[in-house]
Design a protein. Structure first.
Length: 139
């Protein structure tokens, strides 16, 4: 398990990586061919592949056909940025949980030491008194 300082350093590194992400989009990018009809041809011809960026807004799916290589590269960067952001969010949450556990354990052990010292002396006195046999028969 990592030490407290290692966890805090990694959390800071994760936050810095999140800050470095300049653009993101929650979407999917797919490359698909498109059927195109030509004059004089009976059957459509497959052209492409063309980039298609698809995302959801509310309950509806939206899409945008990407026409140039620059648009495809930009969309790919945005989609990968979002995926990286989600991964970093999960790691940040996990590190925060570990840090919280370490702090709870430290607090609990400090309290146990304080309580343990006081209660041992009380228990020792009570245990000796209760373990003694009665002093003579009662009448």
């Amino acid at each position: 398990m990592m030490t407290r300082n290692e966890i805090e350093e990694r959390r800071e590194a994760v936050l810095n990586e999140m800050r470095a992400i300049r653009t993101m989009k929650k979407a999917t990018l797919s490359m698909r061919p498109e059927k195109v009809k030509h004059k004089g041809c009976a059957a459509p011809v497959l052209r492409g592949p063309y980039g298609l960026l698809v995302w959801r807004e509310g309950k509806k799916s939206k899409g945008k056909r990407l026409r140039s290589e620059q648009e495809i590269a930009r969309a790919r960067e945005q989609v990968e940025g979002y995926k990286r952001f989600k991964t970093l969010c999960g790691e940040f949450a996990q590190l925060s949980e570990q840090l919280g556990e370490l702090e709870r354990e430290a607090t609990a052990s400090d309290e146990a030491v304080k309580k343990g010292l006081k209660s041992r002396s009380r228990r020792a006195g009570k245990s000796h008194a209760s373990s003694r046999p009665p002093s003579g028969p009662r009448e």
